[in-house]
Design a protein around this ligand. Structure first.
Ligand code: UDX
Ligand code: UDX
Length: 460
């Protein structure tokens, strides 16, 4: 290995949740390509090169092990990676801006711009630069301008190729994507670059699932897809409040609504709200974009999706406090599940962060349990110090608790010995099911007072 072959060398800058799994899949499916993933974070690269990968994702270990050291490499040598690559994927993070104009809404593009300047600095041959990160519409154009400021003998062609994988199912989503979207310029070099990327994905993706558009449609489609998905969750969550008020059952409503083939059953699960690195950020980015184009009514429409999500969490905490005789002060409350969804250790924007904080504000003694996300939980709540405790064993977390609050629908929680838990708790005991995934009749029979979102409570 090492010497350049006919096939183009691939580099990915950013070894995160998107860059790592995506590049492992490309390496696996295209054994004749050399794929290198670089990152400024040395510890992260070390982890990718170790037996304990930096992210938890079903099937990822096997995938990485099959190619690492063969045609998949993880390194911190960004300069060399850029110099040797023909196609550069950029998958650095684009968090919400925390300062200046657009703070709290706009995407923070500083890492993207720094990366573009690094590419410019170290490139000595033509490059295709691919946006993998979710970015505001027209970012590619800005990047092209930066890249054009250098040595005019080197040509950069910027493409947009957003990633639609969901965490927890990344490997399955990458293996069998609904679509691969490639946005490129309608010029000779643009079309050639798009053809290169199509060739790459064609190794395993059927051609009718590979879509090409102009760059801005591609950038906007990613924001739009996430906004639509989030909107469905907020729609059903908005109805869950009405269900609780009227004694309708949100799971029955969702089922009936979802059986309309025009609507479909997915993303209609009510709960404590959506989390994850993308939905909130992309919605707010869309809102900011609409506002900057003077489309205030459109901006307000999408903003409301975020408002319902926040509302759902405060509403859930209000239910807990009210159910427990209007006070949780000094009561032990076990928070079961901190990850933003099952099968991931990721806690970015997890509803559990806000809910734990609100419970701590009510002076509850919060004990957090999660099979994968405890380290992240500690970091997210670090400023609360010893007001929060962390417990690896769910039974120990529940011992002497007044309530157990389920915020992530981990499979292992379904299998808990709830009788044993009930006997170890203070009475009366409460279960709050924030993901509507437990057998509530069974819990009620054991002796719990059972509250699940969007359904009438079962009270002893
Ligand atoms: C991705 C996308 O990039 C983001 O835009 C999308 O909305 C969500 O998914 P993700 O892979 O989840 O982000 O982010 P993260 O796990 O934080 O990985 C980004 C990596 O880029 C980090 O490891 C970080 O160290 C690295 N990075 C960041 C660089 O290598 N260089 C930089 O300048 C900045
Ligand atoms: C999402 C998109 O699905 C993916 O295409 C994009 O690339 C990145 O953002 P992800 O954030 O990993 O992926 O998770 P997803 O499975 O979409 O769930 C997002 C959140 O919505 C989770 O907190 C989940 O619990 C919640 N959700 C999802 C619901 O509350 N109800 C549902 O019916 C579906």
């Amino acid at each position: 290995m090492g010497e350049r072959t006919m096939k183009k060398n691939i580099l990915c800058i950013g070894a995160g949740y998107v860059g790592g799994p995506t590049m492992a899949m490309i390496a696996r499916q295209c054994p004749d390509r050399r794929v290198t993933v670089v990152d400024i974070n040395e510890a992260r690269i070390q982890a990718w090169n170790s037996d304990t990968l930096p992210i938890y994702e079903p099937g990822l270990n096997e995938l990485v092990r099959a190619c690492r050291g063969r045609n998949l490499f993880f390194s911190t040598d960004i300069a060399r990676g850029i110099a040797e690559a023909d196609i550069i994927f950029v998958s650095v993070n684009t968090p919400i801006k925390t300062f200046g104009h657009g703070a709290g809404y706009a995407a923070d593009l500083q890492y993207w711009e720094k990366t573009a300047r690094l590419i410019l600095q170290h490139a000595t041959s033509d490059k295709i630069v691919v946006e993998k990160s979710t970015l505001p519409v027209r970012t590619a154009a800005a990047m092209s301008r930066i890249l054009r400021t250098g040595d005019s003998r080197v040509h950069f062609e910027v493409l947009s190729n957003p990633e639609f994988l969901a965490e927890g199912t990344a490997v399955a989503d990458l293996t069998n994507p609904d679509r691969v979207l490639i946005g490129g310029a309608d010029t000779t070099t643009g079309k050639a670059a798009v053809a290169e990327l199509i060739a790459l994905y064609s190794a395993w993706v059927p051609s009718d699932r590979i879509l090409t558009t102009n760059v801005w449609s591609s950038e906007l489609s990613k924001l739009a897809a996430n906004a639509f998905l989030a909107q469905r969750v907020s729609s059903i969550n908005a109805l869950s409040a009405l269900c609780e008020a009227t004694e309708a059952d949100v799971t029955e409503v969702a089922r009936a609504v979802g059986m309309d083939s025009r609507i479909g059953p997915k993303f209609l699960k009510a709960g404590v709200g959506f989390g994850g690195s993308c939905f909130r950020k992309d919605l707010l980015s869309l809102v900011y974009l609409c506002e900057s184009y003077g489309l205030q009514t459109v901006a307000d429409y999408w903003k409301q999706v975020v408002c319902i999500n926040d509302y759902q969490q405060t509403r859930f905490v209000a239910t807990i406090v009210q159910a427990m005789f209007n006070t949780v002060a000094e009561k032990r409350i076990a928070v079961m599940g901190f990850a933003f969804k099952a099968d991931t250790g990721d806690t970015r924007e997890s509803p559990a962060i806000r809910i734990s904080r609100l419970l701590a504000e009510e002076h509850a003694c919060v004990v957090v349990n999660d099979p994968q996300a405890l380290a992240n939980a500690r970091r997210d709540l670090t400023d609360l110090g010893d007001r929060i405790t962390y417990e690896h064993d769910p039974y120990a977390a529940a011992r002497n608790a007044d309530a157990i609050v389920f915020l992530t629908d981990w499979q292992e929680y379904r299998q808990l010995d709830f009788r044993r838990i009930f006997q170890s708790m203070r009475q009366p005991s409460f279960v709050f099911d924030g993901r509507i995934f437990l057998d509530r009749q069974e819990l009620f029979k054991i002796g719990f007072n059972v509250y699940s979102i969007g359904r009438p409570p079962l009270l002893q």
